[in-house]
Design a protein around this ligand. Structure first.
Ligand SMILES: Cc1cc2nc3c(=O)[nH]c(=O)nc-3n(C[C@H](O)[C@H](O)[C@H](O)COP(=O)(O)OP(=O)(O)OC[C@H]3O[C@@H](n4cnc5c(N)ncnc54)[C@H](O)[C@@H]3O)c2cc1C
Length: 386
């Protein structure tokens, strides 16, 4: 779907498309088959992204980021979504949470992430605390001015072994009108710190080549300079940026759905059975119609949320609606495309099966569909006192 764009946005879109044609698309099948991005290839994508100014495009100019506004960033993420996360994650978009770094932390953590000298991980999920993040067991206790960190994280993901992790840990309990609540603090934890073990974790069938990591902390000593933001305010800090993360997921889903739609339409127009293109059978043609309508609706939802974000008016439920609808729309589109391709849709040589596998993750990460529905329901019922 084409929206009105500024001249700068048209140039940006053309830069991103050319970059993807040259640096990403040619490697999709190889990376999926290998199950990893060859290190030379990853570093080449990184280097080229720095050269064309796409690296850290999400961060503001005052930290040497590209300074893209939300609507430009949504357009860029939509393009990236057409390919594998394993590849486009090498075009670093350092997590905006790092903007909470103090001056010393900016020099040690944020600046090297902007220049691609360092990579970070966002480590919130635990083996026994996924959707129910407040049940986290990872904790940090004070020892003088230091902190002692214990616990485990899993599913923390990235393109490559990171240099440090942003780790969320319980550091106390506070009383609230709804009862006692864990206080969560965010820490910057360097790989190599004694007691911190990090290794590659489970291998995901979506976005093969994008890695998850298992992190274990055994009496890891952290200095006061490793607290990110305010003590006890880690989730509030994460929450400030998680909403935009869900919009970017929505935008990538639209990009991938467009690619699937184009494949499905082309196949439906050219594959003949019973002497006619299969698209002329209503059962197939109506699938294309539904895909087109739903993709347009999803694009409009992203656009609406971005407009709200630009005005500083985006609410949790706006982001939840985008994440929910776009990821479910994508999965319907992926399923329709496999069905339209028939047996060929499941053959390894054809990209449809990979896009179908990749799509499935989108309903799970950054908060499952059920959790998004929960956020939307809460926004409806709370004002009514329920
Ligand atoms: C490839 C990959 C990369 C990831 N990257 C990261 C990362 O970088 N950092 C990070 O911190 N995490 C990451 N995650 C974790 C991801 O955010 C979690 O998988 C997700 O939040 C769901 O948690 P869970 O897998 O433990 O599922 P669970 O929470 O165990 O949920 C299982 C099922 O129960 C349902 N359920 C749970 N609670 C409710 C409820 N209250 N109401 C209704 N249904 C419910 C869920 O919707 C789901 O269907 C990643 C995950 C994957 C697979």
């Amino acid at each position: 779907m084409e929206f009105e764009r500024t001249h700068e946005q048209e140039m940006l879109q053309s830069t991103v498309r050319s970059f993807m044609e040259a640096e990403l698309y040619p490697h999709e099948a190889e990376v999926d088959n290998l199950g990893h991005v060859p290190p030379d290839l990853g570093r080449q994508i990184e280097k080229r992204a720095l050269e064309v100014g796409l690296y850290a495009a999400n961060l503001p100019p005052e930290v040497n980021g590209g300074g893209l506004d939300y609507s430009s960033m949504a357009m860029v993420e939509r393009e990236y979504g057409k390919t594998s996360h394993a590849l486009h994650s090498w075009i670093g978009r350092p997590t905006e949470i790092l903007l909470a770094c103090n001056d010393e932390q900016r020099a040690r953590y944020l600046a090297p992430c902007v220049s691609a000298e360092k990579r970070e991980l966002f480590a919130l999920s635990e083996p026994e605390a996924g959707s129910d993040i407040m049940s986290m067991k990872t904790n940090a206790r004070r020892d003088g001015s230091d902190w002692i960190l214990n616990g485990s994280k899993h599913f923390a993901s990235g393109p490559v072994m990171p240099d440090f992790a942003i780790v969320f840990a319980a550091t106390g309990v506070e009383d609230t009108p709804r009862g006692p609540r864990k206080q969560i603090t965010a820490f910057l934890v360097d790989v190599g710190t004694p007691g911190f073990d990090i290794r590659e974790g489970h291998r995901c069938v979506s976005y093969r080549g994008y890695h998850t990591f298992q992190l274990d902390f055994d009496d890891v000593r952290l200095g006061p300079g490793q607290v990110l933001g305010e003590e006890g305010k880690g989730l509030e800090l994460a929450g400030r940026w998680l909403g935009m993360g869900r919009i970017w997921v929505g935008a990538t889903c639209c990009g991938k759905a467009e690619r699937l739609f184009e494949l499905a339409a082309d196949w439906a127009a050219n594959r003949k059975q019973f002497g006619q293109p299969i698209g002329q059978f209503q059962a197939t043609g109506f699938k294309l119609a539904d895909m087109a309508v739903e993709l347009r609706a999803a694009d409009l939802l992203v656009r609406d949320a971005v407009a709200r974000a630009d005005k500083g008016e985006m609410r949790d439920e706006d982001a939840a609606m985008v994440k929910l609808y776009c990821s479910e729309m994508l999965n319907r589109a992926a399923d329709h495309t496999v069905q339209i391709f028939g047996g060929m849709g499941l053959m390894e040589e054809v990209e449809v099966q990979r896009l179908w596998r990749d799509s499935r993750l989108e309903r799970i990460w950054d908060g499952t569909s059920e959790i998004q529905r929960h956020i939307i329901t809460r926004s409806i019922l709370r004002p009514l006192g329920a």
